[in-house]
Design a protein around this ligand. Structure first.
Ligand code: ZN
Length: 176
């Protein structure tokens, strides 16, 4: 197990366009180890999603998992592409391991259809809604150099974590 160092706001890698993964490398031991390291890092830092640029690797890889009633299964997305969005949008609270201590409201489509390669290199098409869809959009934004801050249209909701817990957490139990 290895916990990787998180690149934080201001690191140039977070603003780069990530390169696609060569499908031939997916089955290689070193790449599989990298996926496990990403999962370990996500769990150790209490995140529900992590994109490779956040551990300073500018590659099109994201991992996510959220346990619990409103959660979603462990998902590893390699070379993901969002191929469809629901017309309906919703506002939800987001935070980011690369943006310490801040949360803010972001409006995004409620549902997405995404295609990707899984850790076996198998091509997958997935429809996701709710928190799962928000997480996919948030993580895939990292692959094009975008942070949730860039998606905020009203900075009046930007809040420090302690104040979020004090004033806002009860309003929305789930947070990215
Ligand atoms: Zn993030």
């Amino acid at each position: 197990m290895a916990v990787l160092k998180i690149a934080r706001l201001g690191s140039p890698v977070l603003r780069q366009i990530a390169a696609p993964v060569d499908p031939d490398t997916i089955g290689k031991r070193v790449f599989q180890q990298f996926l496990d390291d990403m999962l370990d890092t996500m769990v150790e830092t209490d995140g529900i999603g992590l994109a490779a640029p956040q551990v300073s690797r500018s590659e099109q890889v994201a991992v996510m998992e959220c346990k619990g009633e409103h959660g979603f299964p462990q998902t590893i997305l390699i070379n993901p592409v969002i191929v469809g969005y629901s017309p309906a949008t919703a506002e939800s609270w987001e935070g980011c391991l690369s943006v310490d201590n801040l949360r803010g409201k972001v409006t995004r489509p409620v549902g997405v259809r995404v295609t990707y390669l899984d850790r076996d290199g198998t091509s997958v098409e997935l429809d996701a809604v709710g928190l799962y869809a928000v997480c996919i959009q948030h993580e895939l934004d990292h692959l094009i150099g975008k942070l949730f801050l860039d998606r905020m249209t009203d900075f009046s909701t930007l809040t420090q974590l302690e104040e979020f817990d004090k004033y806002w957490r009860a309003e929305h139990a789930e947070v990215i």
